[in-house]
Structure formats: C-alpha cells, structure tokens
Design a protein around this ligand. Structure first.
Ligand code: NOJ
Length: 761
C-alpha cells in the first residue's frame, strides 16, 4: 500500500510539472525548482531532515567506522525516508537494492543519491591527480575524469567526492598526491577540467556524475604537513592562494562542495559561516549543496568548538553545511534544534532544496534506477577504450627531469636491459592510493611495459634489488621506517654489469601517500639510493624511473643518475606509458606541478614566495650570513615548479610587452632547435613590484601548451588583463594597483625572460 502511495505521489508531481524527459538535456532550472517546491510542500520536517543525512554502506569504509554502524538500523531508516544519500554502496546491483528500499518503501519514494571517492578512476586507474596536473593539459585531465565518470556511473554511482583542489605546498602532507600541486592558477585550470570531465555537458546524461570540490577550505595548509592538523592562515593567502581553484570549480558549475576537517584561524571549516555562507553561497552565489567531510560535524566537539553532537549540528547547519556525512548529528538533533528555535527551518529548507535539485538534475526522479544497469556496468568497466585513454593520459603526465648526454630515448635495438627495483615489477603500486574499485595487482608494471615494447631480440632481465617500505596499508598505523636489507644487491649489480642499459625504478609505496599518510622524511626510504650508487659504479647507462605521489628530496639521485623520468603513480597502464616515453614513442611534455626540495627541511616550499627584506639573491646563498637562507642546505628548489625537459630543445626569444587598456599583450617566439617535434608549455609569470600588500616574486598567470615541429619557430601571444595583474585586498576586494610590474616568460618558473612594464588600471 505504502509503495503504491509513494509511486502515485511521484507520478502526480511529475505529471504536474514535468515535460517528457529527454535524457541528455537538463530541464530548465525553473522546471526543477518548481518540482522541488512541489515535492517539499509534501514533506514532513522529519522527511526533510532525512534528506540531509548521509550514511556509509557496509561495503567499504573510507573513514573511522562508527560504533553503532548497524546495517539493519540503516536499512530501516532508508525505508523510512531518513536517509538522503549513501557513500560506498558499490555496483549496479547493490545500488539497485538500496535504491529499491528507498523508492519502494518510503512515504514519498525519494531516490537516494550514491556517492563514492572516484579520485582517479573507478576500475580503470588514471594517473593520480598530482600526476594529471603535471600534464598541464586541460584536455588530458578532462579525458581522465570522463573515463572515471563513465565507469563509476555504470556501477551505480551518481556522485564523486572529487576533485580535490586544495593548493598543496608541503611534500610531507600525504594528500598532496590527490591535489593539483602548489599553484593556484594551475590548480584552477585543473579544477575546471576535472569538473567538466565528470559532469560533461549535462548531469542528465547517465554517463556523467556530479562532482564535489573539496575540501573547503585550506586543508592543504595543515601545520607541519601533518594530516588534519590546525590551519592558521592570513586572509591574503586564503583569498589569493586557497580560494581561486574553488572559485574556478564553482564557475565551472560543480554540483557540490565538501567542507574540511581542519579548523581555520580557530573555526572548524565545517562550522564556518564565513566560508560556507558568506563566500561560497554569498559572494560566489553557489547553488549546489555542501556536504560535510566524514564525521566532520561531530569532530567539532573534539576541536573544542561544540559542546556536544547537538551543538555541532546547530553550528554546522547554521553555518551552511547541508548534508551530514556519518556524524548522525542532523538526523538525531535537527528536529529538536528547530523546535527550540536554535536552527531556523529556513536553513533546513534551503539545504533540502539544494539536495533535491541535484537529484532532479541527475534524472533520478524520472528513473531512480537509471544508473543501475548491470549489463552496462559489465561492458563499461575496464573497457578497451578506457584503458587506451588511461595510457594516453599517463603519457602526458611523465616529466623528464634529466637527460644527460641524451641517454633517452633508448633505442629499441638495445641488446640487453636490466630492469631493477621492486617497484619496477609491481603491478599494484602504480594503481596508487584512493584507487576506487581497481583490482589489486592489475596495473601494467614497468617491467611488462618494457618487455612488450621490445622484440625478442632484446634481452630483458629483472632483479628486485632493494626492499621497499610498504606504506600504511589496511588503515593500520605502523611506523614506516624499515631499513631494508641488502640481500638482493649482488644479483642486481650482476645484471647491471652484464647489460647495455639499466632501468631502475625508485620511489615510494603508494600507501605512503594519501589520507592519513603524512611523512616527516620525503627522501627515498630504505636502501634504494645505496643500490643505485652501487649500480652506477658498474654501469653508467642508468635510466631512473621515479614512482611517487609527492615531491621527493633526492639531490644525490639528481646529481648522479644520467637520466630521470618522473612517472608518479601512473595507473592501470603505467608500464606501457612509461615505456612509450623511454623508447621515444611519446616525447615527454609534462612539467612539475610542485617544487622538489633538496631537503625536507625546506618544506613547505613553493616558487611564488615573497622577497623578504633580506632576499635570497641567487640559487644558493650569496656568501653572506645575514640573509634569508639555510646554513646547511640550499634555499631554492632542487627542481623548480613548472620544470620538465623534452627530447626536443626549446629556445625563447623576441619577448615583447605592449601595454593596453587595463592590461598588456605579451608575445614571445619559441624555437624548437632540435630535430624532433615536441610539445612545450610556455608559462607567463607576473610580479607587482610595489604594492600595498607585498606580492610574490613571481606568480603564474597563464600558460599555453604548443606543439612545435623540428626546427620550427612559433610566436605565442598572451592577452593579460587586470585579472592577471591584480589580487584580492582586504574584505575580498579584487583589483590591480597601478605601477611597475615584471612580466616573465619561459619553460619553467626559474629560467625566465623578464621585462618591466608600467601599467594603470
Ligand atoms: C574523508 C576524506 O577527507 C574525504 O576526502 C573523502 O571524500 C571522505 N573521507 C569520504 O570517503
């Protein structure tokens, strides 16, 4: 009886206000808002509160499991309309079953929303987000997100908790791997691409999913790079460094935002009215909804900001958090808070309206099971074109860090190659952390990639060599300081000695990065470097392939190894994509999205620092004591932001600036002086020389990625506007100040042509 009642009500709502559904066209906002209003007029207070409640399924946990995680109780609540969304309910079949409980049992039959952390793929793994940012290529990032969305949608998912666009400047922070790195402009470009990739043209297209910009805000500024730690940050940094990627995501139409675990200047992000109501829903007019992070409402008690869960619910809802992920605070406390007048029902209505709007946009009221097609799931997951796409994206993420004597690319005629290192044979580590539903050990290893690139004429041998530290797997904390043993050294050295070339994989386990995986040491763990040095004694022809999810402090490796490729955790097709670069089937085009330090003590390290009154005057120190520098390490980066080589070589000349109304036009000529076609990323940086608030010594404002044939010269033009020369002042006021600017252009943030210009706005 209840079932027929709920279906009848839905049908009535649909027939009053709905036009015939066209799957890939989003109905007009007005139509949706009418539908939401009609539905809300039928809802009780309890049913409205139910929509703000998100539960974890019992399939997988991505946060601490609450003591009272009874699945029976959850099922009852779903049937009673007390659950609006679920996380970690996986597969078309499982989501269909859960959806059925909601749609066929609850009074109004409102469909559930299913969300999952699809961070760099669902089953086919793309490179980790930091790697994708290293492509500096919007269409590659979009392509990666499209593949992830297609697969996730086929497995019943409507919503991903991605992109993570926290500007990250501290290599110790494990979550730097999930980010687009240290720069607000590059992070904004990536944010837009990822949102567009996940959401496509229309959320009504069942091959797309809703995106979630997280973690709002400043989570990447955790003190000392320790995850979840306190954030104390100036308005200047918040407005000009932290906010831009989030604003870009909002402008790109991201459907949802997630707040953050951290406090900012004494106020937990989850309870921050300033962030959620004033900035996001106010200044940016964001129309989607804000989900809490896992348990972050309840954690405001531990922060010392809320007295208890009830007080936390009050603070979170009043501050603009719309959905509660796993704190059970809204579900248990909101009704009383509203009755007591501590939360205005208007705030709840606003939250519910935003949540229902997304459900309508996704087409869930037309067909709650449209993402639950097992046949589609079978045909989509790990489909050939997804793997092909993963390889294409991965190629673009590789960064060539060194190529002394043009060791690379290797000839496919090579007679013997020794592939060395536990990482090189791993079919698991390249999948990365936050690996969705990837099958363990399913990546193409580096060894396999090399083997399949070569004919049987080339002899490929393998030795494990070192023992890798194994990272924090299975959510169990262990101190990650294994010394390693040398048992594998003799075999590795023997093979290196008897081979023409050595390919040696170095880096970290994928579970050394990700949530809760901060590290105090970001050098190579164990005895990896020691083995490299032994191998270099017997064979100088060594190509190092780095696999890692953070910047590494590896000055000795940079100094000693003749050729180095930064391959990150490159996903399902890792080995093939790395081999494409090694053998020259792909000419590397990636650039670092983070500065690599000489020493962990330099962290947080970022290129867009300020000058201070006693600046660093050159790459190392200037020979004097009373200047800003370290006495036991260089001050500048080992490898600067934006750096990356190619098998081509590029020269910059004829740089010119023409001032124009409120801006300037920049031109530069870039010549490919080599005999191979290549791709260069031309970067433009700006410095405001004298300002009412001191400005960074350089700041990326634009870039273009261009292909240049061998011997060709291309003229590149950039139109810079007030947006590029200005910054946010007090009270979130944006404008540029008249006066002198330096404009710089080049292929990385250190080697730049520079020119002064005076501008007025
Ligand atoms: C906590 C993480 O901070 C967040 O990024 C993630 O989306 C949620 N857990 C859900 O797994």
């Amino acid at each position: 009886m209840i079932r027929y009642l709920s279906l009848a009500i839905i049908m009535a709502i649909i027939s009053v206000s709905c036009q015939p559904s066209v799957e890939t066209n989003t109905p007009s906002d007005q139509t949706i808002s009418d539908k939401v209003d009609s539905l809300m007029s039928l809802m009780t207070l309890t049913e409205k509160i139910g929509q703000t409640n998100m539960y974890n399924g019992t399939w997988e946990f991505t946060g601490p499991v609450p003591a009272d995680n009874g699945s029976q109780e959850k099922a009852e609540q779903i049937k009673n309309g007390m659950v609006g969304a679920m996380i970690n309910v996986l597969s078309a079949k499982a989501t269909r079953e859960a959806q059925k409980m909601a749609v066929e049992n609850s009074r109004l039959g409102i469909p559930l929303l299913f969300g999952y952390d699809v961070i760099h793929g669902y089953k086919t793994m793309l490179p980790v987000p930091l790697a994708q940012a290293a492509s500096w290529n919007e269409s590659a990032a979009r392509q990666g997100a499209e593949i992830a969305a297609r697969e996730a949608a086929s497995a019943g998912q409507h919503w991903t908790f991605s992109p993570m666009i926290d500007v990250s400047r501290d290599g110790r922070w494990g979550r730097i791997m999930e980010s687009a790195g240290e720069d607000p402009y590059l992070s904004s470009v990536m944010a837009r691409a990822w949102v567009q990739g996940y959401q496509g043209e229309s959320l009504a297209d069942p091959a797309t999913i809703a995106a979630c910009a997280k973690h709002f805000a400043a989570y990447g500024f955790a003190e000392a790079g320790r995850d979840y730690n306190t954030v104390d940050i100036s308005d200047q940094t918040l407005f000009n460094v932290v906010f831009p990627p989030f604003k870009a995501a909002a402008d790109a139409g991201v459907a949802t935002f997630m707040n953050a675990f951290n406090e900012i200047n004494g106020v937990p992000a989850t309870g921050s009215t300033f962030l959620q109501r004033d900035i996001l829903k106010g200044a940016w007019d964001f129309q989607g909804f804000m989900v809490s992070d896992w348990g972050s409402i309840g954690e405001m008690v531990t922060h010392g900001f809320a007295r208890d869960n009830k007080h936390a619910a009050e603070l979170a809802m009043n501050a603009g958090s719309d959905m509660d992920m796993e704190s059970r605070a809204f579900e248990r406390e909101l009704e009383a808070l509203i009755t007591e007048g501590k939360v205005d029902v208007v705030a709840l209505d606003d939250a519910v309206r935003r949540i229902l709007k997304l459900k309508y946009e996704l087409g869930l009221f037309e067909d709650p099971y449209r993402y639950c097609d097992e046949e589609r799931e079978k045909n989509t997951l790990l489909a050939r074109e997804n793997l092909k796409g993963a390889r294409e994206v991965a190629q673009k993420t590789m960064v060539l860090l060194k190529n002394e004597g043009n060791v690379l690319p290797l000839s496919k005629e090579v007679k013997s190659i020794a592939v060395i290192g536990q990482l090189a044979a791993s079919k698991d580590i390249p999948l990365g952390n936050w690996r969705g539903q990837a099958v363990s050990n399913s990546a193409v290893s580096l060894l396999e990639g090399v083997q399949s690139a070569l004919s049987t004429q080339s002899k490929v041998s393998f030795a494990e060599g070192y023992v890798l530290s194994k990272g924090t797997r299975d959510f169990i904390h262990e101190l990650d300081i294994q010394p390693g043993n040398e048992d594998g050294f003799p075999e590795a050295i023997r093979l290196a000695k008897s081979s023409e070339v050595v390919i040696m994989a170095l880096g970290e386990d994928c579970y050394q990065t990700g949530e809760g995986r901060s590290q105090a040491d970001i050098g190579l763990k164990g005895n990896q470097q020691q083995l490299l040095m032994e191998i270099l004694k017997v064979n100088k022809n060594v190509v190092v392939v780095l696999m890692n999810g953070r910047p590494l402090a590896i000055p000795e490796v940079m100094d000693q190894a003749p050729a180095i490729i930064e391959a990150w955790f490159a996903g399902s097709e890792a080995g093939n994509a790395i081999a494409d670069v090694i053998f020259g089937d792909y000419n590397p085009s990636g650039k670092l999205p983070v500065s690599f330090p000489y020493h962990v003590g330099q962290e947080p390290l970022h290129y867009d620092r300020k000058n201070t009154g006693r600046p660093v005057t050159n790459e190392f120190d200037n020979g004097l004591v009373f200047w800003s520098h370290y006495t036991d390490a260089p001050t500048e980066a080992l490898l600067p932001f934006g750096f990356g080589l190619s098998y081509s070589s590029f020269e910059y000349s004829y740089f010119s600036i023409t001032p124009k109304e409120k801006g300037a036009t920049i031109t530069v000529e870039v010549t490919n002086s080599s005999n191979v076609a290549g791709t260069e990323t031309v970067q433009v940086y700006v410095r405001d020389m004298v300002a009412t608030v001191t400005q960074p010594i350089r700041r990326l404002v634009d870039f273009q990625q261009i292909e240049i044939s061998a011997g060709e010269t291309r003229k590149v033009t950039f139109d810079l506007s007030e947006q590029d020369f200005g910054f946010y002042h007090k009270n979130y006021q944006f404008y540029a100040e008249d006066g002198a600017f330096d404009v710089m252009v080049g292929g990385n943030s250190r080697d730049l042509l520079s020119m002064g210009v005076t501008l007025s706005f």
